[in-house]
Design a protein around this ligand. Structure first.
Ligand SMILES: *Cc1c(COP(=O)(O)O)cnc(C)c1O
Length: 404
């Protein structure tokens, strides 16, 4: 008889390995810093004062708890599962990213750091980082690919208003992966005063576990809210995946509940066979990037490829190592949704629920559209509304014109 004894929620081992994934592939000179960060993070999370302050900022600055909302008209339209939205788009700065930024900035302050660095692709993590750096009066430097700076004027303007300095990165293709390399290089040369604030469940250990802990509030709240609303746990959870932080945040509190099915949704861009996508698990292979071993988009020589998706926030060429492990273990299912399917689901959400979702989120909603009609009406499905779509207006309008 098979006994399922795996406690998936335990996550990484002491050296940050999730099975064959994760770890810390960094320059020797960074090791002492990484070990110190890990020690400080563990100490902070065991300190009631730190946790109380985190709770206070989550409540008063971010606006938590975010509601669990019954999407009644979407449920009626699809005619199957009861669909709930976990409303992370209502957070300050319009997405889940701030949950993690608040946690890391409190840790940076506790460690006496005065300078915050980050990398950003679409600019959403840059904006969330600049926001918390402003709130705590810390210097903020954001590495951003030169190509991305041109594509994302609004977020560049926001970061500057918030007092951040943007450093254009022209190496490689001038996109996110190049900005990540530059940020790691900066960290090595400013070890004393600098804190590297990573925006998703990636990077060298302890980042994947640390970011997941700061995002796990999403799933903890969902669990409580669902028990109050329906008197039982949900049957399935759906979330989109860039690096995988909103998904890990929603999933973590349910990983040991075998009856809760979980689906992570990668961006298939123009299609998995087009070569223009961001589906690291379904269209990539294992390798090392950003200080950890995971599934990556890479060519036969191990050169990292650029990711492609209509949603800039899913354009990460890797995926967090914990997802790579959960995929291998078969605990979480991974699906792929292309640009066209995401855009269709985006419009349905606008018209059925009066909520304009982020294009990233629309990938999760498209997977809901595929599954919900096949399921019985007692099936409880929760989708993470990871962000709002205001930032995506130029993209959506352009696509609507092209299709008209
Ligand atoms: C950045 C972003 C994502 C993707 O990041 P994860 O780390 O995978 O959560 C998803 N949705 C929104 C709205 C984002 O801004």
């Amino acid at each position: 008889m098979h006994h399922s004894t795996t406690h998936y929620s335990q996550g990484a081992d002491a050296r940050g390995h999730f099975g064959q994934f994760g770890g810390r592939f960094v320059a020797e000179s960074l090791m002492p810093l990484i070990l110190e960060l890990e020690r400080q993070f563990n100490a902070a999370m065991a300190e009631p004062g730190f946790l109380a302050e985190l709770d206070r900022f989550q409540a008063e600055f971010v606006g938590r708890p975010s509601p669990l909302y019954f999407a009644e008209r979407l449920t009626e339209l699809y005619g199957g599962a009861r669909i709930y939205f976990k409303r992370e788009e209502l957070n300050h700065t319009g997405a889940h990213k701030i949950n993690n930024c608040i946690g890391q900035i409190l840790l940076a302050r506790r460690m006496g750091k005065t300078r915050i660095i980050a990398e950003t692709g679409a600019g959403m993590h840059g904006v969330a980082t600049a926001t918390v750096a402003a709130r705590f009066g810390l210097e903020c430097v954001v590495y951003m690919g030169a190509t991305d700076i041109q594509r994302q004027h609004d977020n560049v303007a926001r970061m500057r208003l918030l007092g951040a300095r943007i450093v254009p990165v022209t190496s490689g293709t001038g996109t996110l992966k190049d900005a990540m390399n530059e940020a790691l290089r900066d960290w090595v040369t400013h070890i004393d005063n600098t804190f590297y604030l990573i925006g998703t469940v990636a990077g060298p250990h302890p980042y994947p576990s640390m970011v997941r802990e700061f995002q796990a509030v999403i799933g903890r709240e969902t669990r409580e809210q669902m028990l109050v609303r329906e008197g039982r746990l949900p049957d399935s959870l759906v979330a989109c995946i860039g690096g995988g932080s909103n998904a890990m945040g929603l999933f973590h509190a349910f990983l040991d509940d075998a009856g809760v099915q979980m689906i992570g949704v990668e961006a298939a861009g123009e299609g998995l066979h087009s070569g223009k996508h961001a589906a690291s698990l379904q269209g990539g292979s294992p390798g090392v990037l950003h200080g950890n071993r995971t599934y990556l988009l890479q060519d036969d020589d191990g050169q990292i490829s650029d990711a492609h998706s209509v949603s800039a926030g899913l354009d990460y060429p890797g995926i967090g190592p914990e997802h790579a492990w959960l995929h291998e273990q078969g605990r979480v299912e991974y699906a792929a949704i292309d640009d066209r399917q995401a855009l269709a689901a985006f419009h349905v959400c606008c018209r059925q629920e009066g909520i304009i979702p982020a294009l990233e989120t629309a990938h999760a909603l498209a997977e809901v559209a595929r599954r919900a009609p096949q399921l019985p009406p007692e099936h409880l499905m929760v989708v993470c509304l990871s962000g709002r779509g205001d930032k995506d207006m130029p993209t959506v309008l352009r696509l609507m014109e092209e299709q008209a």
